[in-house]
Ligand binder design. Structure first.
Ligand SMILES: Nc1nc2c(ncn2[C@@H]2O[C@H](COP(=O)(O)OP(=O)(O)OP(=O)(O)O)[C@@H](O)[C@H]2O)c(=O)[nH]1
Ligand SMILES: [Mg+2]
Length: 303
């Protein structure tokens, strides 16, 4: 059992015009004894920063733009044993924090995600957001083969070794995806715990279609970091299917005595390209496994 006292934890709250919610979020954490609160603000034009300061939080204006950049900057500024990330819009319940810390205390995981999808207030998700969440989580499970159900949740607890080792390059709402993938790539364990989820105070900063597509793209793109072999398998399969499609057309046309040289060449290139991706994938998968083992033993050796 690892002791984690409230003072070993920093609560990080990224905000952009959240004057309707930020005060209550900070109050609730202070009531629970959590006084290390860092509000990283995206240059709000309302009273967010003023309220946060009045309530006793440390307030910093982020140097760049987007939630992702804000989170990365916050991680670089703190040294606590554990970082807890939460939104400033009042959608999460600070009182769930003990549930969030439990798996870390028990040594079951280094990164905990609060799963909103089991117990949410009516209206907390729009229909589109709920659908998008389900599709993106499904895509994640399909590509990564990791059983997680709410990778986009904004309520998370991360041990220092995780938040100091994640390489966050995406500036915006891809941050939750990138945090998840980076944690797994570095060989740490993630556990989900069910939490409550409520309607937000104030206006959303999320564009469901634009940001949703961006997150989908990030899930596919980041696979290269987590499992390069799988990424190549995917490319290989797409190439081969395309090759076989054009190829069958060529064969069909040949039966009608009309040779299609160009298509035949394209077919050969696609099929051979696909085979190559698969072959390189096999080699990569072996190398990658060795790398993860190596990182693990290095870490254990350092302790
Ligand atoms: N510092 C900073 N915070 C941001 C930025 N964009 C959003 N945020 C904050 O990040 C948190 C999540 O943003 P939301 O707009 O609530 O996004 P969401 O939770 O996916 O969407 P909702 O379901 O509408 O709440 C909120 O606390 C925002 O104020 C930004 O550019 N900079
Ligand atoms: Mg929100």
């Amino acid at each position: 059992m690892q002791e984690i006292e409230p003072l070993d934890v920093t609560i990080i709250i990224p905000t952009l015009n959240e004057e309707g919610g930020i005060g209550r979020v900070i109050d609730a954490f202070k009531e629970l004894g959590y006084h290390n609160i860092l509000v990283i603000d995206g240059n709000s034009t309302d009273r967010t920063r003023e309220i946060a300061r009045e309530k006793g939080a440390k307030v910093v204006v982020q140097s760049g733009r987007g939630k992702g950049q804000a989170v990365a900057e916050a991680f670089s500024m703190i040294e606590s044993d554990v970082a807890v990330l939460i939104d400033g819009d009042g959608t999460y319940d600070p009182r769930d924090i003990e549930k969030m810390l439990e798996p870390i205390r028990r040594g079951m995981a280094e990164h905990v995600i609060g799963n909103r999808l089991l117990n949410y207030e009516k209206g907390a998700f729009t229909r589109l957001n709920l659908f998008g969440n389900r599709v993106l989580n499904w895509l994640f499970r399909f590509l990564y083969g990791v059983e997680l159900h709410d990778i986009l949740s904004g309520y998370r607890a991360l041990k220092k070794e995780v938040y100091k080792s994640v390489n966050l390059l995406k500036p915006g709402f891809e941050v939750e995806t990138e945090l998840t993938v980076e944690t797994l790539t570095n060989g740490f364990r993630i556990v989900e715990v069910p939490i409550n989820y409520y309607r937000r105070n104030g206006n959303t900063k999320l564009n469901p279609i634009g940001d949703g597509l961006g997150i989908g793209r990030a899930i596919i793109e980041l696979l290269v970091r987590y499992n390069p072999a799988k990424y190549l398998y995917l490319l290989g399969i797409v190439f081969m299917v395309l090759g076989l499609l054009t190829g069958s057309y060529v064969v069909y046309e040949w039966f009608h005595r009309i040779p299609h040289d160009l298509l035949a060449i394209v077919t050969a290139i696609l099929v051979l390209g696909g085979v190559q991706f698969l072959a390189i994938g096999f080699v990569m998968s072996y190398m990658f496994k060795v790398m993860v083992e190596l990182k693990k033993s290095l870490r254990e050796g350092r302790k």
